[in-house]
Design a binder for this molecule. Structure first.
Ligand SMILES: Nc1ncnc2c1ncn2[C@@H]1O[C@H](COP(=O)(O)OP(=O)(O)OP(=O)(O)O)[C@@H](O)[C@H]1O
Length: 663
């Protein structure tokens, strides 16, 4: 018997592959993960089965957003590496299944590492670049080669952007003061927007993180104005600035909010005209090509720009970040805007979160002494001396005050409680009677009423034959979000229920296939159609009754024939993951009745903050407060080593440099 009272299973090729097949059947592992293990076993049949187990788990981790498998984490909590459903009452699964802990019983980190290093399918990180093994072992982290390469590339490119501050003309201090003069002060609290702008003036890499409405766009627009003013005065030429975001929807929102922020700027016409107001998707910026992962722009054909702003950077996955950094000219500035507390990208990686966590800026500490002195002279802000600093901290600014959610906003209070991991506070806020918050116990009838009320404006506009762009504008009025994909209250079940409700109402002619009134979300990039993963459109009938799917496109509408959209799903309801980068006036957020590992603090926070004006939290029947408290307590930690790599490098650098020059 093992420590935990689970019978040990001898790990042989036969027991391992039998177990993997069963895990696939149970939905704990993907078929893809099992096939990867089989592929390795075929390549190196003499290897220890621990290698194939590690391979299956490392592959499985990717599907869950982790870029690597932390061997020590699996040894400490073996079940964490599989998609085990929540075990009711903390018990064991009903079937007699070999659990990961029984396969790993008695295995030490040293033993597992030795088994891996003995196989020629695994390379050690220090010699990995010269080999072509499917797996790379970096310390105690096991990677699929492609992701190890991407992480190494991201760390390498970021490292080159850290340190070595750029010279900032003294004259900019006065202009900075003028642009931020209208910012109201709150006691001794620093003006973090001013700090962020000052920091970004002297870096090639700046990360500005903040929740909804904390002024990220306002701040970056002022920064662009300062830099353009400086460039125009000094060289008579404007900087080449580009704006981008991971999805079409996020790019459209960035264009809108930059345009509005530019309108509020107190600068000359020349400077105003030199600030671009159109953002594009990262795919388009980098030059996505059909049927290949490679982009037109890369290290040998870099982007032609001096400064790039990327909004919604939390949605950028590791491989996209590697491609982006690769294509950035060395001297150009990169400014990442985002909210580190949101869900990370759907694909593996959580670069923004990793960089912010590594920078330890959550409490405002962390700036190095030279940066502190610079911020004092440039921005007039006295920041506390940091107990500990690291090279990332000087590149990160956190905006903390939301100008969207005021003191009387229930959505704001709920978001703060979720973010702070305060489950009791979260439940309390729901009971306090905030005007912008409602809860709903969803039974079928109540849900149907809520959906019909939410969609009334849109379908009245459709029936009245309003023009497509006014109808599309109403699409952001109301949206149903959910946590899960499967089950009656998952995205599939909800889409069916909503379609039924609207059909009963006579607003749509059918509930399946293509019909006028069907909202769709694009699920793959299609550069030829100019449509990207996450784009939201609405099916409408033209005067002749022909169906067209309409997508917002700049100030107009792009129309696509339904037959050309093979990668689109109904979007009456969408998962919170898919809603990232979008906002809606009223969100109806459906949550499952019971605790579920997928429902985490980040998911709750992201779902809540998609609502601008009203939020209805809909709990599946039988759902209770405990589910909400559990969810808010459950935080996602993605295995990755970017911050650790950067910190390790900087410590090594500090040691080599301790002989003299200042770092
Ligand atoms: N310092 C400030 N004082 C008063 N209002 C501000 C300030 N900064 C921003 N705002 C206002 O707050 C709103 C949100 O600002 P902004 O769009 O810059 O935030 P954001 O963080 O980019 O928002 P989002 O999360 O929507 O991307 C805008 O209406 C803006 O005018």
């Amino acid at each position: 018997m093992t420590r935990e009272g689970v019978a040990r299973t001898a790990l042989t090729r036969a027991t391992l592959f039998e177990t993997l097949a069963l895990w696939v059947e149970l939905g704990w592992l993907r078929q893809l993960d099992r096939h990867f293990a089989i592929f390795l076993a075929d390549r190196d049949p003499q290897a220890d089965p621990l290698v194939w187990l590690a391979a299956a788990l490392a592959s499985h981790q990717l599907g869950r957003g982790h870029v690597c498998l932390s061997l020590s984490r699996v040894l400490a909590t073996p079940r964490s590496a599989l998609s085990l459903p929540p075990l009711e009452g903390g018990g064991e699964p009903a079937q007699a299944v070999v659990l990961p802990e029984s396969l790993l019983d008695g295995i030490t980190l040293a033993g597992w590492t030795a088994a891996l290093t003995a196989s020629f399918t695994v390379a050690m990180a220090r010699e990995a670049s010269g080999s072509a093994t499917p797996l790379v072992l970096d310390g105690e982290r096991l990677y699929l080669r492609r992701y190890w390469q991407a992480e190494s590339a991201v760390a390498g490119h970021l490292r080159r952007r850290l340190g070595q501050p750029l010279a900032v003309a003294d004259a900019l201090a006065e202009r900075l003061q003028a642009l931020f003069a209208g910012n109201a002060r709150q006691g001794d609290e620093p003006d973090w927007q001013r700090v962020a702008c000052a920091l970004a003036l002297r870096q090639r890499l700046t990360i500005i993180s903040g929740g909804p409405g904390t002024g990220k766009t306002t701040t970056v627009t002022r920064l662009l104005a300062l830099l353009q003013q400086q460039s125009l005065t000094r060289d008579g030429e404007a900087l080449r600035i580009r704006l981008a975001a991971p999805t079409g929807k996020a790019a459209a929102r960035l264009s809108e909010s930059i345009a509005s922020a530019v309108g509020r700027l107190d600068v000359t016409e020349v400077v105003r005209d030199a600030i671009p107001q159109q953002a594009q998707t990262l795919h388009r910026l980098l030059g996505a090509r059909p049927d290949t992962r490679h982009f037109r722009h890369h290290a040998d054909a870099p982007l032609s720009l001096d400064l790039l702003v990327v909004d919604e950077a939390s949605m950028v996955d590791l491989e996209m970040m590697a491609a982006l950094l690769e294509a950035m000219p060395t001297d150009a500035r990169l400014i990442l805007l985002g909210d580190k507390d949101q869900l990370a990208s759907v694909e593996a990686g959580s670069v923004l979160g990793d960089l912010c966590t590594g920078a330890n800026v959550a409490d405002g500490a962390g700036y190095s002494e030279p940066t502190r002195r610079y911020l004092q002279s440039m921005a007039g802000e006295n920041l506390p001396v940091a107990a500990e600093t690291n090279p990332l901290a000087d590149h990160v600014a956190m905006l903390r005050k939301s100008f969207r959610f005021h003191e009387d906003s229930g959505i704001g209070a709920l978001a703060r409680a979720a973010n702070g991991g305060d489950g009791r506070g979260f439940v309390q806020v729901l009971k306090e009677g905030f005007k912008d918050l409602a809860t709903l116990d969803i039974d079928a009838a109540a849900f149907e009423r809520a959906v019909v009320a939410g969609y009334r404006d849109l379908f009245e506009a459709v029936r009245a034959g309003d023009d497509s762009s006014s109808i599309l504008a109403l699409q952001s009025r109301f949206q149903v979000l959910c946590a899960l994909r499967r089950g009656p209250w998952g995205v599939e079940g909800l889409n069916e229920r909503i379609a039924q409700a609207l059909w009963h109402q006579g607003w749509i002619a059918r509930t399946e296939g293509w019909f006028a009134g069907r909202p769709v979300m694009v699920t793959h990039n299609d550069p030829q159609l100019g449509l990207y993963n996450g784009d939201l459109g609405l099916t409408l009938a033209d005067e002749a009754g022909r169906l067209r799917v309409c997508f917002p496109h700049g100030d107009g509408v792009r129309q696509v024939l339904p037959s050309r959209l093979d990668a689109a799903v109904t979007a009456f309801a969408m998962t919170v993951h898919k809603s990232q980068g979008s906002e809606f006036e009223h969100v109806l957020f459906a949550l499952p009745a019971r605790s579920n590992p997928i429902v985490t603090r980040e998911l709750i926070y992201t779902g809540i903050t998609r609502a601008r004006l009203r939020l209805t939290l809909a709990l599946a029947q039988g759902g209770d407060e405990r589910m909400l408290r559990d969810a808010v307590a459950r935080q996602v930690v993605r295995d990755s080593a970017i911050a650790a790599r950067l910190l390790k490098d900087s410590r090594a650098l500090n040691r080599t440099d301790s002989s003299g020059s200042e770092v």
